[in-house]
Ligand binder design. Structure first.
Ligand code: AMP
Ligand code: MG
Length: 352
């Protein structure tokens, strides 16, 4: 930390009042001086530092307890900055993706030499994103540098999507925490690499696999999106190798017909202290006091928006295990919910 104490500053959603700009100038000054600043994005809160300052980047890894080989995403404020840090010439499909930006979409390209290896985790590629969130983009613009930012959680824990969860993990680790309210999307950006032919989806998110196929015609899904890696297998995205997003208590996923899932948890509730993450319509039928609602069955965007805060909420309950109902398929944003829950549970799924 470069400040003596963590400063918490509140900024409005549009980050456009004179007061907001003054506060963001203060935060950008911290970034320029090599400090750490937590900021809101439309996906999850990020723990940011100057992506071109190796020492500052190293302090991100320290604050999170993150393995140094797990690369960081650099956040830009405008598409015109992409070619400063990435080789873009002749990359098929890039224009189709940049047309969507700003977006909850991260693209991996070959890195230019000015991007420190500390930022890329030693790789010759770099992941970049232009966030939609106005406060995030203003902070990057005022900092006059790309901001390297992983999610603002301690390594392995669920990502923070509200300022309360940020404070829990990052108070006294970051210099500044910008409170920009709740993150609307609630799960991290979609990650696609254009360094492979055809492009490979490494992490699903709000920009869906179906949307990417529509734009790029052929996209492969890394099998690590839904499966654990085989021993010795080449890892395209180091983040995929770890158990991730896990609350304190073990998570078990239930897949299958709703009535079977309800029967299963009701039997378990007789002999175990459990919490159940389920849809609103199932809640009344579950005979356990700690049911956490993931929204309507036909609105998995709501499930995505809540998933990390629900997982964190289970830490406050007097329970031994968490059961979570999986969406009925993996289309659209449900693929991202599957991906995060698979990691939160260390691939512990029961088919009913
Ligand atoms: P987070 O740190 O939670 O924001 O997640 C960032 C994700 O981006 C991690 O899973 C990283 O492994 C992945 N990532 C960042 N840069 C690269 C890169 N150059 N190649 C592959 N994956 C990357
Ligand atoms: Mg993360």
């Amino acid at each position: 930390m470069i400040l003596e104490k963590t400063q918490i500053i509140k900024v409005s959603k549009n980050a456009d009042t004179a007061e907001d700009i003054e506060k963001l100038k203060f935060a950008s000054d911290v970034i320029k001086r090599g400090g750490l600043c937590v900021f809101p994005t439309e996906t999850v809160y990020g723990l940011g530092a100057d992506a071109l300052n190796e020492k500052a980047v190293k302090s991100i890894y320290e604050a999170k307890g993150r393995p140094q080989n797990n690369p960081l995403i650099i956040h830009l404020s405008d598409v015109c900055q992409i070619e400063k840090y990435c080789y873009t010439k002749g990359v098929t499909g890039l224009d189709k993706l940049t047309n969507l930006m700003p977006a909850p979409l991260t693209v991996i390209l070959k890195a230019k030499e000015n991007v420190p290896k500390a930022t890329t985790g030693g790789l010759d590629t770099v992941a970049f994103r232009i966030p939609q969130n106005a406060c995030a983009r203003k902070l990057i613009e005022l900092s006059e540098t790309p901001i390297a930012a992983p999610s603002a959680n301690l390594s392995g824990k669920p990502s923070p999507t509200c300022v309360k969860d940020v404070i829990e993990d990052m108070y006294s680790r970051a210099d500044v925490i910008i409170d920009g309210g709740d993150c609307e999307i609630g799960i991290e950006s979609t990650i696609i690499t254009l360094c492979e032919e055809p492009p490979v989806l490494l992490r699903p998110g709000k920009i869906s696999y179906e949307k990417l196929c529509e734009l790029l015609s052929d996209v492969h899904v890394s099998h690590a999106v839904l499966d654990s890696l085989k021993p010795g297998e080449k890892i395209l995205s180091p983040g995929m190798a770890y158990k991730h997003y896990a609350p304190d208590k073990p998570v078990v996923l239930l897949r299958g017909k709703t009535d079977k899932k309800i029967k299963y948890v009701n039997e378990k509730a007789l002999c175990e202290k459990i919490a159940v993450i389920c849809y609103e319509s199932d809640r009344d039928k579950i005979k356990c006091k700690d049911t956490l609602c993931a929204g309507n069955k036909d609105d998995n965007e709501a499930y995505a928006a809540k998933i990390f805060s629900l997982l964190r909420q289970t830490n406050t309950l007097n329970i031994d295990k968490v059961y979570a109902f999986l969406p009925k398929d993996t289309s659209g944003i449900s693929l991202a919910i599957y991906n995060r829950l698979m990691r939160a549970s260390a691939f512990n799924v029961i088919d009913l």
